[in-house]
Design a protein around this ligand. Structure first.
Ligand code: SF4
Length: 233
């Protein structure tokens, strides 16, 4: 039996906004950011949703019903709700997914693929984003296999340098049938619009000249190009 009084650490709920990256780029979506992550990526841009002390001070405990009610207040006509983090797969979101569906929302999830949950099978889009060497994490690619049969599965790798690109090639070569996105890495301290466009040019050229990556989709973080490195966009 599901416990509808259970709460989740919610860092932020906002929207609708234009999704700036990955398979849903350009789509209107709400965002629900859950606190907690089993990784500590060197370039994480959401550490406020990762470090336990920060999660404790930045989050509000909300039930699934309260989350859905907040989304309905924001805009019930925007169909997509993107569940992000941190790693949302740390949490048991079965009730939330059911309630989102009952309310007419479609769930999209972003996770690094370290933890599998059955509720992922009821999401309309699952973006698995294994972390490349520049993250400092030692990503175990064998955990990804479990995700491959999910409806709406896609893979996304962030690329900062040549080592990341080699990792991305490896991931795509292992699972060539899964839609595959390459995203330029964004250094919050150093990057601005011009440097990000240069990186996009570099990454596009690499993909265009590499037969292994001939079906990869190369994307910027659209929201960063439009608004800079800001929260809530
Ligand atoms: S997996 Fe994502 S949320 Fe977690 S530390 Fe890495 S970049 Fe941050």
């Amino acid at each position: 039996m599901t416990d509808r009084s259970k709460t989740f650490p919610i860092i932020e709920i906002f929207g609708p906004v234009i999704q700036g990256e990955g398979a849903m780029i350009g789509h209107q979506t709400h965002f629900v950011r859950l606190g907690g992550c089993d990784y500590r990526c060197a370039w994480c841009d959401t550490m406020y949703a990762v470090i336990p002390e920060e999660v404790r001070s930045n989050s509000v405990p909300m039930t699934a019903r309260e989350i859905v009610e907040r989304l309905q207040e924001l805009n019930p006509d925007t169909p997509w709700v993107t569940l992000s983090g941190g790693n949302p797969a740390l949490h048991h979101l079965d009730t939330l997914i059911d309630m989102l569906t009952e309310a007419g929302f479609k769930a999209a999830v972003e996770t690094q693929g370290s933890i599998y949950r059955p509720w992922l099978e009821r999401c309309s889009l699952v973006t698995v984003s294994p972390k490349p060497p520049s993250s400092g994490m030692n990503q175990d690619l064998s955990t990804l296999t479990r995700f491959l049969d999910l409806p709406g599965i896609n893979l996304k790798v962030v690329v900062f340098d040549e080592a990341d690109l080699a990792f991305a090639r490896d991931v795509h070569a292992r699972y060539p049938e899964v839609p595959f996105y390459l995203q330029i890495g964004n250094d919050l301290e150093r990057d601005d619009r011009d440097s990000l466009l240069e990186k996009l040019d570099w990454l596009s050229s690499k993909a265009l000249n590499d037969p292994v990556l001939s079906q990869a989709i190369v994307l910027p973080q659209l929201h960063v190009l439009l608004y800079g490195n800001r929260r809530g966009v």
